[in-house]
Ligand binder design. Structure first.
Ligand code: MG
Length: 380
């Protein structure tokens, strides 16, 4: 098997420069969506793509993550120049391993990787964005996210911090599979059903790219739009025919449980030191830093701290360089909670006020503790 692909990019109807970049090398596709200043956004996206343009051969998941992190470091260092200060970029990369017949997708930010298989269209990647967090918290729907005024705010990007956490997804592919990488200029303008229809109805990856860009422009084209379409084809085959697929199934769900052989994203935790050197870094992301700051500090949640339940201010996992801060440490020991309470704690619901978070903590059930506490009696 091999990949056959194409890419397309358009400035859109509203922006005056294109800060998206795309790459297709024959075994690898990538999309980067730059942000932060007129020069910086383009520069950051181009740097991220350049990092992959030079690599050859089959890339392991770890190697892909290493290349993304190298790009991050390079962009971060370049962003120390005044003219480029605050620049950053998303990245999504899909790399094909013909021996294992696996496509590995890595991502940072809200550029997406999708898979179309036999008419079933799913988003493989999980966005690192404000609206994705709001969807996860049940505050807005996917439809509302596409028109949300802060839909451009990403919670992770290359170039913002010296280290970055990269998600990775391995998809065991079969001939006929069609992969799509896209910047948010597509997903914010075209509903998932519309994207899926184009992927099903077009034959060549070239046509698919062109029609996807056209659909984004017809939808408003308020942002740069960039797509890479990758077809998995048998050696010798002319092109995958995704149009022979069965009926299209509803989309919108992430691919978490789509295929048994798509593992959960690999989490690469940030070294603690990266959190410590962020003060003083001035970053302006699409003019939204105030909104990001507000959002990042707007909630309260409970989590474990040194074995006890603590209340934190901020968002679980943090938003960009805004890390949650400890608000209150309680005397409740996590290992004394019953199973249901521990599960509720692990879900880390976010409350809008401190008193709501306190109520939540007060209602965690420590009855198991109370029933097993034995009054100590002085021994001899
Ligand atoms: Mg964009």
């Amino acid at each position: 098997m091999r990949l056959e692909g194409a890419s397309a990019s358009h400035v859109g109807q509203a922006r005056d420069n294109n800060q998206d970049r795309a790459l297709y090398t024959g075994t690898l596709g990538a999309v980067a969506d730059g942000m932060g200043g007129h020069v910086g956004g383009e520069k950051a996206a181009a740097m991220a793509i350049a990092e992959f343009n030079g690599v050859r051969g089959v890339l392991s998941e770890q190697r892909l993550i290493d290349v993304v992190q190298a790009a991050n470091r390079r962009i971060y260092d370049a962003a120390l120049q005044p003219l480029l200060r605050g620049m950053g970029t998303t990245i999504v990369v899909a790399s094909f391993d013909p021996v294992e017949q696996v496509v590995t997708i890595v991502n940072v930010g809200d550029s997406r990787g999708y898979l179309l298989r036999e008419g079933d269209f799913r988003q493989v990647t999980v966005d690192h964005s404000l609206v994705e967090d709001l969807i996860r918290e049940g505050q807005i729907t996917e439809e509302e996210a596409r028109v949300h005024p802060q839909r451009n705010i990403v919670t992770r990007a290359l170039g913002i911090m010296p280290e970055v956490e990269v998600d990775a997804f391995a998809v065991r592919v079969q001939a006929g599979d069609r992969l799509l990488l896209a910047s948010d200029g597509l997903s914010n303008e075209v509903a998932p059903d519309g994207i899926a229809s184009i992927l099903v109805e077009t034959t060549s990856s070239d046509d698919a790219c062109r029609q996807l860009v056209d659909a984004a422009l017809a939808g408003g084209g308020r942002d740069n739009v960039t797509v890479v379409v990758l077809d998995v084809v048998e050696d010798g085959a002319v092109v995958a025919d995704a149009s022979s697929a069965a009926t299209l199934t509803p989309v919108g769900e992430h691919a978490d449980n789509f295929l048994a052989d798509i593992p959960r994203p690999s989490k690469r935790r940030l070294p603690l030191r990266s959190v410590l050197i962020l003060l003083g870094v001035v970053v302006v992301l699409v003019g939204a830093s105030a909104g990001t700051a507000w959002y990042a500090r707007s909630g309260y949640f409970a989590d474990e701290l040194d074995g006890s339940v603590a209340i934190f201010r901020g968002r679980p996992g943090g938003v960009l360089w805004f890390k949650p801060t400890e608000e209150e440490l309680t005397e409740i020991r996590v290992d004394e909670l019953d199973g249901a309470s521990r599960t509720r704690l692990e879900q880390r619901p976010v409350w809008s006020t401190l008193s709501d978070a306190r109520d939540f903590v007060d209602n965690l059930d420590t009855s198991r503790l109370e029933s097993t506490v034995v009054t100590a009696t002085p021994g001899n």
